[in-house]
Design a protein around this ligand. Structure first.
Ligand code: ARG
Ligand code: ZN
Length: 476
């Protein structure tokens, strides 16, 4: 009704624009994620980011301009980006100065003129500062985004670290393509997502341009600066591989990561074609207590590159995330088992392919014994709904993998792999929920599977597996 009178008023004054502007609403400062309600923003759909940033190695200062091309999702009077720290010099919308305000993680941008529904627009934020400085209070997960270490920089942001270094719609529901234009002092190299498309030297500095044309969730964005040497390779099926290794451990890294091309082809046959323009890994010359499946370029620490127990497992794990997590992304962080359970099971599948069914059975039996152990078992939570402060609990990984193995034992091998492939194909480059996966499993197997999924995803006690003669050892 209000709309009607405003339209009449607008017609009467003869200024149609007045209507659009008066009716424009600000976007919401979050996307309604149960666990991280402030992550992401509504009101627009990000299409492409251009990160044009210069890094100073003495001070770890980052400065430059980040531009987001987006489409308005309704008549839009103001919108938010997630961004923490830095001094902002200017914000523009479509080239015109926009006003802005900041409140915690939220940067609110008010364009001079409201944007119309479906309008494509471009907004730029020019800023400088030391990433993370003054905003440590917002460190509520392990993710810090841009991280300086002795020999360079790595970026690890899962789930909410991206806003610590660039302004972004920080939720996997709003993926976008990216161009990175990163200037560093010589002789550093830069490795980011996608393909290196240009290198320009200018005196003491070099600018590296990287681009990816596939949808990329913000937490999977990575920029690495270091004293790297590059190993180039190709899988038999033709997927380009480029690995960025520290010079100091180049030879050893080549050996450690040598199974990668075969793994890429194996997962491509098992799940569906490799989803992106290239794959490879970057190794930070520092020990890390984690690895991360940053898209097209998984990140590992020096300790992983030096090999040792479990490194092949984690190499397969991060690679498998390119399908599950990166191409098919979660829609809500509480569904993290869709990433970690799948990637963990994918490692077991790799060992099954390499060494036979017994290797898989052993892998699954070992993890079951951990889950069922009366002393340590209770540390592993049920994977379906982990506490938000414990998203990466071991239970999300190993019991998450068991959700899949229990499904396989129930429906049989052929339907099981059909389920994986169909789920992947249906949701690739997008987002999926636990219900989406259960839906595909029931559709293909033709049987109701609620009970199985509920028990494995949510029950306090790990279910028994009569097929493998496994049952929980209760302490009482
Ligand atoms: N997605 C990462 C993985 O592949 C998880 C990293 C979590 N790291 C941590 N320190 N909690 O497992
Ligand atoms: Zn993982």
């Amino acid at each position: 009704m209000r709309r009607f009178w405003m339209m009449i008023a607008a017609l009467l004054i003869g200024v149609g624009v007045v209507y659009a502007q008066d009716d424009a609403q600000p976007g919401a400062p979050g996307l309604g994620d149960d666990y991280f309600p402030q992550l992401g923003n509504s009101g627009y759909d990000a299409q492409h980011y251009t990160l044009d940033l210069t890094w100073d190695d003495d001070t770890n200062t980052l400065s430059g301009t980040v531009t987001m091309d987006a489409t308005a999702a309704h008549d839009l009077s103001a919108f938010n980006l997630d961004f923490l720290g830095f001094d902002i010099d200017a914000v523009t919308v479509n080239g015109e100065t926009a006003s802005f305000s900041r409140d915690g993680r939220e940067l609110t941008v008010t364009p001079a003129e409201a944007l119309a529904n479906s309008e494509a627009f471009s907004t730029s934020v020019t800023y400088s500062g030391v990433p993370g400085k003054g905003v440590q209070d917002f460190y509520d997960t392990f993710a810090r985004g841009w991280t300086r270490y002795d020999d360079g920089v790595y970026v690890a942001s899962e789930p909410n670290g991206s806003a610590f270094w660039y302004p972004v719609n920080d939720h996997p529901l709003d993926k976008a393509t990216y161009t990175f234009v990163i200037t560093v002092p010589q002789p550093y190299l830069v490795a980011a997502n996608g393909l290196l498309t240009n290198t320009t030297e200018d005196g003491d500095s070099v600018t590296y341009t990287w681009e990816t044309t596939y949808p990329l969730a913000s937490y999977l964005v990575t920029v690495n600066i270091g004293d790297f040497m590059v190993e180039k390779n190709q899988t038999e099926a033709g997927v380009p591989i480029r690995n960025y290794f520290p010079q100091e451990i180049f030879q050893q890294s080549i050996i450690t990561f040598s199974p990668t091309p075969k793994m890429v082809d194996f997962f491509s046959e098992t799940f569906g074609p490799y989803p992106f323009e290239a794959y490879g890994v970057v190794v930070a010359n520092r020990n890390l207590g984690f690895a991360l499946e940053t898209q097209t370029l998984s990140l590992f620490g020096r300790n992983a590159a030096l090999g040792g127990r479990g490194s092949e497992d984690v190499i397969a794990h991060e690679l498998a995330h390119q399908w599950f997590g990166n191409s098919v992304s979660l829609a809500e962080w509480k569904d993290i088992w869709l990433n970690e359970g799948f990637a963990t099971y994918a490692s077991a599948l790799w060992f099954e392919d390499k060494y036979g069914r017994e290797a898989l059975d052993n892998y699954m039996r070992d993890t079951y014994l951990a889950l069922a152990n009366p002393v340590f078992g209770p540390r592993f939570i049920a994977p379906g709904d982990p506490p938000k402060t414990d998203l990466f609990n071991g239970g999300v990984y190993i019991r998450g993998a068991w959700v899949l193995h229990a499904l396989r034992l129930r429906v049989g091998d052929d339907p099981f792999f059909d389920i994986l492939r169909t789920y992947y194909d249906r949701f690739k480059y997008g987002n999926a929920t636990t219900d989406d996966f259960i839906g595909v499993a029931e559709e293909i197997s033709g049987e109701p599977l609620d009970e199985l999924f509920n028990a494995w995803l949510y029950a306090d006690t790990v279910p028994a597996v009569p097929e493998m003669n496994l049952k929980p050892m209760l302490s009482d």
